[in-house]
Ligand binder design. Sequence first.
Ligand code: PLP
Length: 419
Amino acid sequence: MHDFQYQGDELFCEKVSIQHIVEQVGTPCYIYSHQTIHRHFHAFDDAFEDIPHIVAYAMKANSNIGVLRLLAKEGSGADIVSGGELFRALKAGVPSNKIVFAGVGKSPEEIRYALKSDILMFNVESSGELQQIHEVAQAMGLRARVALRINPDIDPKTHPYISTGLKKSKFGIAADQALKEFELANQLSHIEVVGVHCHIGSQLTQVTPFVDAIKKVLSLIKTLQSQGLNIRYMNIGGGLGITYSDETPPHPKDLAAAISPLLKTASCQIIMEPGRSLVGNAGILVTKVLYNKEGANKQFVIVDAAMNDLLRPSLYEAHHDIQPVLKNESTPVHTVDVVGPICESGDFLAKDRKMPQPQSGDLLAVMSAGAYGFTMASNYNSRPKTPEVLVKDDNIMVIRERETYEDLIRGESIPEIFT
Ligand SMILES: *Cc1c(COP(=O)(O)O)cnc(C)c1O
């Protein structure tokens, strides 16, 4: 469910027409619905209301500080993967005692910043990293709270690029080495082992992989607890899928029904890290048609958004529905490739898509673009990044301005030898 619906022939976000927003900020632009994010957060949070838990929103999905503040106000924490994300989370008012830090390559500077900020814990992905956190904590005279991330070797049945819990993955510590790693961690004077973490992949559309992974983690937690380790947190990661076209992912309620009975046996506080499921269907990318081009055996619709604005189709061959902002039932349907202006064959938003043939100047909405959309945007081909707009009822709030050409060269300089 989302809040981008037609009123008559015109696409709206909540109570505002998309056309009206575009008149103010131009194209391409990202538009997010406050109501959708709010509803999705509470769908998740409420589903687990009978279990002590923290929802640590995986902010790499959408890290605009306006979006973060919205979620923080509803009680969300944050799952961060870099010092930059920590900076954003703190700026947005996410309480540090609800921030968890994941990622395989945390630098000593990032570790220091996180310890200084007194975050809830690090999710540790290797023994080398554990050693590094220990050293930094020792130098600061602190004890770092950590969970070890376990790789449970579960196939999440999703795209290989977003599958993270298989043996061949770079993420986490292999399940059969876990006991040894926990024992080692427990002996480090400036490390406090408080939890077990796992995250098996993204865009999961079945509950079984979650259940299987949680069972493995639970059995590890019980062993650790029986050996006297004070494991107080169980982090089950994120990964719940959304509907891009015809997927039917479980509702958070269904997920809760399947895993709550298991989670209750852990005698731990539960941490969950949903990203995509909170914001994915809360955002669209609006783009304008520039040209129609007749290829040798293909029709191209060339639009003003490109892979630098929305990378998912190029990176994962991901499907995004594309809808006209103004519907016209009499438009003939054609099969087209929707492509951007970037000088790469991989620059497309849709391939072989049946859609009403758009005309130059028409606006198109690329749906389900709220997660891993803007956060993956780049300046490739020196294209300024798009604005981001948050809509609440009939309120249009620009939460990021369009970049200017001057922004593109900020920090660059021409060496003196050329002057
Ligand atoms: C990316 C990520 C998430 C969020 O995944 P979604 O599929 O967006 O819910 C959660 N935890 C970790 C460790 C991640 O890397």
